[in-house]
Design a protein around this ligand. Sequence first.
Ligand SMILES: O=P(O)(O)OC[C@H]1O[C@](O)(CO)[C@@H](O)[C@@H]1O
Length: 491
Amino acid sequence: MALVSGAGLTLDVSYQNTPINTLTETVTLPEQFDQTRQLLLKGEYLNVSEGRHVTHILSRSIHAVSSAKNRDTRFAKMVNKLRSGRWLGATGKPITAVVNIGVGGSDLGPNMGSFALKEFADDAALNELDVHFVSSMDGGQLYAVLPIIDPETTLFIIASKSFGTIDTFANVDTVREWIKPQLTEQQWLQDHVIGVSSNAVKMNDYGIPPAHQLTFGEGVGGRFSLWSAIGLPIALSCGLRTFERMLSGARAMDEHFGSAPAAENIPLLMAMYGIYNRQHLGINNLAILPYDGRLRMLPNYLQQLDMESNGKQATADNQAINYATGPIIWGGFGPNGQHAFFQHLHQGYDEFAADFVLVLKRQAPGFNAQVANKLADQQQLSVANCLAHRQLMKFGSDNPESPRDHYPGGHPSSLLFMDELTPETFGELIAAYEHKVFVQGVYWQLNSFDQPGVELGKKCAVDILQALQSGAKTSYDESTVTMIKKARGDE
Ligand SMILES: O=P(O)(O)OC[C@H]1O[C@](O)(CO)[C@@H](O)[C@@H]1O
């Protein structure tokens, strides 16, 4: 049995394909690793290509301390004013709905956290806020959200570290049109907008009153930003205390990561088994399989965290790499995956590794005893299914007579479990994955904190958009030229 506990989280690696002692002999971390780790924990690790220190860990410390000690931070004030119904819109009506407009790290973390921790809202908000998330450039979510909100009682959070992402401002521009005629654009900007960004200059230029701006450090990467002001929707959905508890859970994992020896260190073992499976077993993907519905957004969130960090073929000092680096991260809500893609996991051709994420128990406040018992039975059903499929993926079921009934097994997996999902254990879980990604980036000599590969696609899209809008002749490949004509209705 190989159980390793840290804070409120436990990692079981007994279904990995090599024991811990062999792993630590096979995967050796760089000599300077301890110093490098301490630099990260102190907020002094350098993001070389962007020339700044990586400070997301500080953001969860400073932030928590100020709001815990004195509730007069702007963040805390805004949360209390909105959750107590004292934030009035331009026409004097209390704000009852909030729409977070942001994409990537400015959406995935706050969206996941608000969903996972909703039931922990403990300060009995006088004003139950409906919190919505809008991220996609096609306006797809606006079709669903706008009809169910009212301009006079809705506040919009424009969440963008750069305050320049085209997806976000395409959605904002549509909203600016939608609020008319109930509100003027000035009224909207004055009383119905909070800006969250690292770029105060751009928020000023945009016309957001300084008192309604929340900033966070340039050193906080988008995909590491749910601890910062970008986490505002979590505090609005679940209360300030719940947000602080999430931060304290993450700090507990920082403590564990910074001090536990390798063989007892959850993020280190997660990282090293990932490296082992990638480099020694040639497994190029990792399935994230949460078995608690509140964590159903975890696979999407970890896709950005891991793939935008380590999906690279250049070292931190820009040398070309010819070895495997960050794996493909995918996955889905385990119980539903059983009725969707598990056929392939059990009998398909491809290798994969998996992380099962399990919550053993769940409280059912607000339900009578009979219903609470039924819900507890359902949680047990989910636990049983997690353990059953995990076992089958590992040990298989040999049936040479009937190939369709043969389960090859042999798939390595880790089990991350907690007694209960709380704001603390949620914070610990996410922080553990952040540290895992960092360790793998250091091992593969990558800069895990930039994302150069997202830029060229944005530029190409702007060019094609111009061609779409202007109809000007273009020199693209035949398929693109044809599609532009079709999209314009010229053909
Ligand atoms: O918060 P911003 O600056 O709008 O960026 C949104 C997202 O876009 C990216 O830059 C990728 O394009 C992510 O790294 C980031 O989380």
